[in-house]
Design a protein around this ligand. Structure first.
Ligand code: ARG
Length: 466
């Protein structure tokens, strides 16, 4: 830091006689990371200035000078010419000081009827609102790619699992649509959260409001807020909207992590259900045969980090008395890191989906092993009048015999099956085939290919209706 930086006059320096300790200055500053909010800060300031002019606190010449100055600052920032100064603490004071330097004393009037407390709360809300929309766009892109793949895999049969043990046959299309549904709820959560994010704190000033004749609704309209915060103390202090947003992001990552875990398993030699394209995998420096699913692994890993940010924000908030406390400055880095990593994860996951090669033969093979149609046999016995609990017992015995013989139920002959129950007839083999099993689950939400087809249609409708 240069000598010149140390002599910067603090906007709050009036009541102080000693300069800030240099280390404290760096310790308390946030400009190194909150400069990222510059565009939102400037948009908020322009709207505030316009309102001040509207109610007669600023003249129209003063307003115009402020807007021109702020726009020039934005231009400089975007061209990389703006010099950020740690001695000016944060993005707000850096921009305001530069404005005053450019347009003179009029720059100092911008902060009339405002505090950094309502200013920063406004900036973060504008930022989160924008990022919600960006994340939603990424979500929709991923969902579209999933639906496209599901359509191609409409009747690809694979084992469905519970406890990671073969349970019942399903189609791969059906499985992919399960992922789609998870992400659909994530999108809904973001939309829901957005309605609470989009409330304007400006006007709360430091904590109690302001004595100037401000028009909050006017500013809210200029900035596209749905409403103004109804309590000034609450408006400057709570970051629940950011916590809620990060919680929604945590769930997005949790879902991506679960999908990733499945892809990783399926890509192992033991499953060999899918292969992710070379451009999304890496090799090993020592084992030449390796093709590692790094992208899904990294997404699974990043989920822990986002969950950590959620806990950080919750913990940041829990002990704070009303109203604003400097603790809140710590909300930014977890928030920014969450946004960056969720967007990157969604993007790379979406890009990876079309590179997936599906080994339908192996999926089918696996479904044929593991007695995946055992429930179908029990259901068959029930249609012949046997109570389900008895049918369960009969099929259990048939499975035990199948294990001894090394045969799946469908491979057992009619006389072999009839040893377990006389009600079994020659029509039994229809229900023991994978196709028969799948086709029979023919209701909304079931795995029958015609139901999956309907589900794809509704998914496409939902995607286009947004
Ligand atoms: N940098 C601060 C933050 O991020 C801005 C608000 C500072 N307000 C104050 N009274 N010190 O929260």
């Amino acid at each position: 830091m240069s000598k010149k930086d140390k002599t910067v006059v603090k906007p709050w320096g009036g009541r102080f006689t000693e300069p800030t300790n240099t280390f404290v200055e760096a310790f308390t500053a946030s400009v190194t990371f909150d400069k990222r909010l510059y565009a939102h800060d400037i948009a908020g300031s322009i709207a505030h200035a316009r309102m001040l002019a509207h109610v007669g606190v600023l003249t129209s010449e003063e307003y115009e000078a402020i807007v021109e100055g702020l726009q020039a600052i934005q231009d400089d920032i975007e061209k990389g010419h703006f010099v950020w100064d740690i001695a000016l603490e944060d993005v707000h004071m850096n921009i305001e000081a530069s404005l005053t330097q450019r347009i003179g004393d009029t720059g100092k009037k911008l902060h009339t009827g405002r505090s950094r407390n309502d200013q920063v709360a406004t900036d973060i809300r504008l930022y989160v609102r924008e990022e919600i929309d960006a994340i939603n766009t990424q979500l929709l892109r991923l969902q579209t790619n999933l639906v496209d793949l599901a359509e191609q895999q409409l009747d690809t049969i694979m084992p469905g699992f519970t406890h990671l043990q073969t349970a019942q046959p399903v189609t791969f299309g059906h499985h992919l649509l399960a992922w789609f549904e998870m992400l659909k709820r994530d999108s809904g959560r973001l939309a829901d959260c957005r309605s609470r994010v989009n409330i304007m704190p400006l006007g709360a000033a430091a904590l109690a409001g302001t004595s100037y004749p401000i028009n909050r609704n006017y500013v809210a309209e200029l900035l596209g807020f749905n409403d103004v915060a109804k309590n000034s103390l609450d408006a400057v202090s709570d970051r629940d909207f950011a916590i809620e947003f990060v919680a929604a992001c945590s769930l997005i990552m949790t879902h991506l992590s679960r999908c990733s875990e499945e892809l990783i398993l399926w890509m192992s030699a033991q499953f060999d259900f899918v292969e992710i394209g070379d451009s999304f995998c890496t090799g090993s420096s020592i084992m030449p045969q390796k093709k590692n699913p790094d992208v899904p692994e990294l997404i699974r890993g990043k989920t822990g980090r986002i969950n950590g940010h959620l806990v950080a924000l919750l913990t940041l908030m829990k002990g704070q008395p009303l109203a604003y406390n400097k603790d809140n400055q710590e909300d930014k880095e977890p928030l920014f890191d969450t946004v960056d990593n969720v967007k990157a994860s969604l993007r790379v996951f979406a890009d990876m989906i079309p590179t997936i090669k599906v080994n339908a033969g192996n999926m089918r093979e696996a479904a044929l092993r593991g007695f995946s149609t055992a429930t179908d046999l029990a259901d068959y016995l029930v249609t012949k009048g046997m109570p389900f609990r008895d049918a369960h017992e009969v099929v259990g015995k048939a499975v035990r015999q199948g294990i001894i013989l090394g045969k799946d139920l469908a491979e057992m002959s009619l006389p072999e099956l009839q040893q377990f129950s006389g009600v079994i007839q020659s029509d039994v083999h229809e229900v023991l085939t994978l196709e028969g099993s799948i086709a029979s689950r023919d209701h909304i939400g079931g795995t029958a290919p015609n139901q999956v087809k309907n589900a794809i249609e509704s998914a496409r409708e939902w995607l286009s209706g947004l």
